[in-house]
Design a protein around this ligand. Structure first.
Ligand code: PXP
Length: 243
């Protein structure tokens, strides 16, 4: 069980802003340097099929220069598998991807997609890449991750982030139960999606969770307080919750 809760910073939305004007500012590589200086533990990027945020060239620069571990979020496709195998990032998080969605809207159906995922998990693992499956926090999906021999699951916190009151308490319990079930089965639990300064505490306090991946809020907040301060504040809130 990890005491230091790692913070992976998702820098995709620096690229989203850059791409809005088609130029090269703001540069995601500059964001990587800020993450390193601010005490982030890793860099997360999602190379989407439509390249709507980071692009192949961003990944080339990252892989060639970053000192922090890179977590590549990827759809379970042959194209993304080939890219991951070429770059060999520290970790690859397999996510569901639909062209029309605004963001990764739900977890991967690891149970239903076993046959499609099994060879991908094996080939990534054989290449020395730590595979994670981005799943909803439920026992059926954890069981599927066990069957697939995934070393890591990332629990989708989107539903938790977007509801309130009793519903949020129920979601929090689901996430805590899923993290405990994963840990009992030797699977490292990560979590992410929709986390903010205000809602990160209860998730960070779940002792079996080893890593949080946070993007949109940190980049959005950076507009007001700067990226360095945004990351440091998130880190402080995570540490305070972890005790
Ligand atoms: N983890 C995964 C697997 C994701 O797909 C995303 C969104 O790209 C995140 C974490 C970060 O979510 P957010 O941008 O809402 O913090």
């Amino acid at each position: 069980m990890s005491t230091h809760l790692r913070l992976g910073v998702n820098i995709d939305h620096v690229a989203t802003i850059r791409n809005a004007r088609g130029g090269d500012h703001p540069d995601p590589w500059r964001a990587v340097q800020v993450v390193e200086a601010a005490g982030g533990d890793g860099i997360t990027v999602h190379l989407r099929e439509d390249r709507r945020h980071i692009r192949d060239n961003d990944l080339d620069v990252l892989m060639a220069n970053a000192t922090l571990p890179i977590n590549l979020e990827m759809a379970a496709t042959e194209e993304m598998l080939a890219i991951a195998l070429r770059h060999k990032p520290h970790a690859a998080c397999i996510v569901p991807e639909k062209r029309e969605e605004r963001t990764t809207e739900g977890g991967l159906d690891a149970a239903g997609l076993h046959n499609q995922l099994a060879p991908i998990v094996t080939r990534l693992t054989d290449a020395g890449i730590r595979v994670s499956l981005f799943i909803e926090p439920d026992a059926r999906q954890i069981d599927a991750a066990i069957q697939l021999r995934a070393p890591v699951v990332e629990l989708h916190t989107g539903r938790y982030a977007h509801c309130e009151g009793e519903e949020r308490a129920t979601e929090l319990r689901r996430i805590a139960d899923a993290a405990a079930l994963a840990a009992r089965n030797g699977i490292e639990a990560h979590a992410g999606h929709g986390l903010t300064f205000d809602n990160v505490g209860p998730i960070a306090a779940i002792p079996q969770i080893a890593e949080l991946n946070i993007g949109h809020f940190l980049i959005g907040e950076a507009i007001f307080i700067g990226l360095d301060a945004s990351i440091r504040e998130m880190r402080a809130r995570m540490d305070a919750a972890r005790g």
